[in-house]
Design a protein around this ligand. Structure first.
Ligand code: N01
Length: 541
């Protein structure tokens, strides 16, 4: 099937391929591997100067997994599992980046990866049934199939207030952190944003900076990460249990090894319930969120009890009750948004050189030459850190001019919100697959995208074996999937929380649920059933 060659189209040299993967994150790397194993002539385009995707760009100090390292990594290769020792239960960004580089070399993929190639457009050519993909550098690829693995959190978002160009100090965004690092010493630093990224970086900045002002809009329910080193004995035990661990990730809605307890918290007497919340709070990682009583996620009273317990723990850690009040969310209960994991976060606000501003009470008005003007006064800074998150899910697609049949633009097709079948195809865009994108993502991302990458590979294999040149879906299949996706969020406590999962952090964005709340087993079951029934929802020609 190898047909790689260079030919001239519209005055430019184009590389002709079977398939092109976009994005060298954990999902795109695996997709590249799968398509190469299938015997396709495939390459990958990546905007960064290195591989790793979210773990390449988010190199801010403190960035680390909130899933257990060995449950986030690859499961497809026994050799890789044998060879790679994780050093911490929740590994930090440098180790994750090393791991992904190791995987790329281990599977001999580096030669297929084109770095510093940010895709600017992808245009479907119905005549020869290929995509023409152009990057910022002007290079052109033509491929029968394009698989985007753009990541849901890759287009950084900034506050919509004026004046950043006037600011004479330094600034950095956690999602675009400079490779050379940022020095906080002897600097007056502002951090805007207290989501997972802000909560991870704030204690580190507080430990080094001359002063730190945290500008918080809506506080989150943060719980301690309780990270620990993985000893050689533990690593051996993990390896011995790896099939069991994998099985647990497959059975769980979130791809995590943790399952909610079957008991109802409301059946326990208050003392016993409290003891159990205490144990959960002191457990590692996301156990408090994912291994909690089943009713905490669905029953308001149960959720209120758990939320009140966490508020109590926060109050015990913050000396000034007024500051504690500001750090405690009042707009949502615990677990209604993915809770950030923290390491000494609340204690930071007891330090004399750290202060907290609620931008709900004291609005940011503009950036100035020397700092930030708020509705109450002016603050001088040497460095502003934006931990303001991402134009999630659709933002990474909106940055590319993607045109399908009859010049249809994906931006237009998705104007009222994303439209997909299984989160992997969209009507009017034949032979374009998306993995880890809208309307499919739930929980630990690689646990869904490894399934999707396998499905994309087997679907292409099926088309090739049957002599089909195009694979597409229909608007009615999209409608059915959208109805299903929306039904998964109805009635949950997450439904009311404002977060990037609904696009709420991007001013002007229509509120639409961007992820998939049905859980991994149900997602896989639906895709498998439709496939077994003759690829329901897809059309081959
Ligand atoms: O982004 P966010 P993030 N004025 O959108 C605030 C994953 N992740 O990069 O909540 C003032 O969560 C905004 O306020 P509000 C994880 O899935 C994982 O932190 O919109 N503030 C919020 O506080 C996570 O959910 C890890 O009111 C403004 C913050 O900026 C996702 O990535 C680590 C503002 C943005 O929080 C995103 O996390 C890091 C404004 N104009 C990230 N605009 C792990 O641990 C925004 N904000 C694996």
């Amino acid at each position: 099937m190898s047909e790689q060659q260079t030919f001239t189209t519209a005055g430019s040299d184009a590389t002709l391929l079977d398939a092109l993967v976009v994005g060298a994150g954990i999902s795109g790397i695996y997709q590249l591997y799968r398509l190469r194993e299938l015997g396709l002539d495939v390459q990958l385009l990546e905007a960064g100067t290195g591989v790793g995707g979210v773990w390449f760009w988010n190199r801010y100090p403190g960035a680390r997994f909130d899933a257990e390292s060995y449950t986030y990594g690859y499961f497809f290769s026994k050799e890789l599992i044998e060879e790679w020792d994780w050093s911490e239960e929740y590994a930090g960004q440098p180790e994750i980046e090393r791991y992904l580089n190791y995987a790329v070399d281990r599977f001999d993929l580096r030669g297929l990866i084109n770095l510093e190639q940010r895709v600017s457009s992808a245009v479907w050519d119905a005549t020869d049934r290929r995509w023409t993909v152009t990057t910022d550098s002007g290079r052109v690829w033509r491929a029968r199939y394009v698989v985007t693995a753009l990541g849901i959190l890759s287009a950084p978002a900034f506050p919509k207030i004026p004046g950043l160009e006037d600011f004479r100090g330094e600034w950095a965004h956690t999602g675009l952190w400079p490779a050379e690092g940022v020095d906080f010493k002897n600097k007056r630093v502002a951090v805007i944003g207290t989501g997972s990224s802000g909560v991870q970086i704030i204690p580190i900045i507080a430990g080094e900076a001359e002063s730190l002002v945290v500008l918080q809009r809506r506080p989150n329910w943060c719980t301690p990460i309780n990270n620990f080193d993985i000893t050689p004995e533990r690593m051996l035990d993990i390896r011995n249990r790896i099939d069991e661990i994998f099985e647990a990730t497959q059975l769980s809605p979130s791809g995590s090894p943790h399952r909610p307890m079957m008991e109802s918290s409301l059946d326990l007497d208050p003392d016993e319930r409290r003891k159990r919340f205490e144990k959960l709070y002191d457990s590692p990682g996301l156990v408090m969120a994912l291994g909690n009583f089943r009713d905490v996620a669905v029953n308001q009273e149960a959720n209120d009890n758990c939320t009140a317990y966490i508020a109590e723990r926060i109050r015990a850690r913050v000396n000034d009750p007024a500051v504690a009040d500001r750090l405690i969310p009042t707009d949502h209960g615990f677990g209604q948004k993915r809770p950030p994991l923290e390491n000494g976060y609340y204690e930071v606000f007891n330090e004399p050189h750290v202060s907290l501003i609620s931008t709900m009470e004291e609005e940011m008005v503009r950036f100035t030459e020397t700092g930030i003007q708020t509705s109450e006064g002016h603050y001088e800074f040497d460095l502003i850190v934006f931990a303001t998150g991402f134009d999630a899910v659709v933002g990474s697609y909106n940055r590319i001019d993607i045109r399908g049949e009859n010049g249809l633009s994906l931006r237009e097709h998705w104007e009222a919100g994303p439209r997909t079948l299984f989160g992997m195809q969209t009507a009017g865009f034949p032979n374009l697959f998306m993995i880890g994108g809208a309307q499919s993502v739930t929980g630990t991302i690689p646990r869904i995208t490894d399934f999707q990458a396998d499905w994309v590979a087997s679907t292409i294999e099926y088309a090739d074996e049957h002599g089909y040149a195009t694979i597409s879906t229909t608007e009615s299949a999209e409608d059915e999937w959208i109805d299903h996706v929306n039904s998964t969020i109805v009635g949950t406590l997450q439904q009311t929380a404002e977060s990037w999962a609904f696009g709420s952090n991007v001013p002007g964005r229509k509120r639409a649920y961007l992820l998939y709340a049905g859980g991994l087993p149900q997602y896989r079951e639906r895709v498998r059933a439709a496939t077994a029934a003759g690829y329901q929802g897809l059309q081959f020609s």
